[in-house]
Design a protein around this ligand. Sequence first.
Ligand code: SD4
Length: 290
Amino acid sequence: MPLVLATWDKPGEVAVAAAAKKVMSGGSVLDALESGLTAAEDDPDLVAIGRGSHPNSDGELELDASVMVGSDLRAGAVCALRGILPAIRVARWVMERTPHVMLAGDQARRFAIEQGLRPQNLMTPTAIKAYERWLTEPDRVEDYVHSVHDTVTMLGREDDGRLFAASSTSGWSFKKPGRVGDSPIVGAGIYADDETGAAGATGWGEELWKACASYRATNLISQGLAPQEACQAVIDHMVRRQPASTARQCVVLALGKDGRFGAAVNKGVFHLWVWNGVTTERIEVVPKTG
Ligand code: SD4
């Protein structure tokens, strides 16, 4: 049976449902990850990724996205992409239609337009209102960044064991223009290698990037750890080596080539959606105690 994982409560639910639908209509798991992230990016009511999410401090949305294929380590990514949806499709096109791994900013936008996407305004009235409120109360930015999960990271496994990872994000609410987090970075926000496993990260991008969280998790799986143990080991390593990372939520999830999966969080509660080819489950992940 195919398997699909998606992060965070509301956007993850939208993403996993769209992914399941794609597979059930004959799509591949790679297509399913693209469909899942596209659905979440496109939903104006989700203050999460893509349309309707929080902009940077200039009031503009800058999107990051990435995808990786575990059979041959192919990868594609875009960062600081403005006015284009779906960012995940552009990341996939970078992988499939160019010899590169990442395109950035205005040149990523130009590539997306050349490939047939139309520039559009991604700000909704609700997002504009949130931005205007932030302009008058910038000190309260922490209220926003802790209450909004602005990333969906997905992992997938085909029936035959092929693994995939993908992520899409608008990054931190009201971030510095040009800031790029872990999500589009291969090894940080995503990693997939059929010989070991697939992994993803979400939460505080700067810290997860410094930890090379996704690659670290798959590397630990290659050393014999179960996916759950590998995720916890990455979080433990971050707590020990990057103690400042405990100030904000950091999550690591992983999927083994045998279909076992796991997730770990450093603080707070995290929700992971899992579709196992038949049913969808919402799993609550809490920090390890003791
Ligand atoms: C970032 N890691 O840009 C992303 C944010 C995130 O839930 O995952 N939020 O830092």
